[in-house]
Design a protein around this ligand. Structure first.
Ligand code: ADP
Ligand code: MG
Length: 140
């Protein structure tokens, strides 16, 4: 059964730099996801590291902190039926070489690291990730 969910989405520094904010937002809206919150943030490496704390033991963690703090990002709360898995479908696989045709990562990402977008991977992640960036009164 479909559930109304909220998920945390990020248009990463490479997406902002490539000037595809509008294209990415259009794909969410066309798929029935609604923007419930939106802002631009330029994270410090420490903020980026805190956001990705679940990956702290991975070999790419340092580079990930550096990349995610290399420029401004757009952070979003998306809302809609099955928003968490729907957003992941629109994004495509982490590695753009494995991403399905027509997904954001297949169309725009240049590598497994610089892959344009983030999306919460589960309801448990979404409830931690949304308040990392947004207070309740910033979500509409
Ligand atoms: P996803 O963003 O699809 O949920 P992960 O949670 O596994 O993927 O990884 C978080 C982010 O870390 C990825 O989106 C990507 O930017 C980076 N990353 C993942 N795997 C690698 C890797 N093998 N090498 C470099 N960066 C990676
Ligand atoms: Mg993830």
């Amino acid at each position: 059964m479909a559930r109304i969910e909220q998920t945390l989405s990020i248009i990463k520094p490479d997406g902002v730099e490539k000037n595809v904010i509008g294209d990415v937002l259009s794909r969410f809206e066309a798929a029935g996801l609604r923007v419930a919150a939106i802002k631009m943030v330029h994270m410090t490496p420490e903020q980026a590291g805190g956001f990705y704390i679940v990956h702290k033991e991975r070999p790419f963690y340092g580079e990930l902190m550096e990349y995610m703090s290399s420029g401004p990002v757009v952070v979003l709360v998306l809302e809609g039926n099955d928003a968490i898995s729907r957003n992941r479908d629109i994004m495509g696989a982490t590695n753009p070489k494995e991403a399905a045709p027509g997904t954001i990562r297949a169309d725009h990402a240049e590598s497994i690291e610089r892959n344009i977008v983030h999306g919460s991977d589960s309801p448990e992640s979404a409830v931690v990730e949304i308040p990392y960036f947004f207070d309740d009164e910033e979500i509409f």
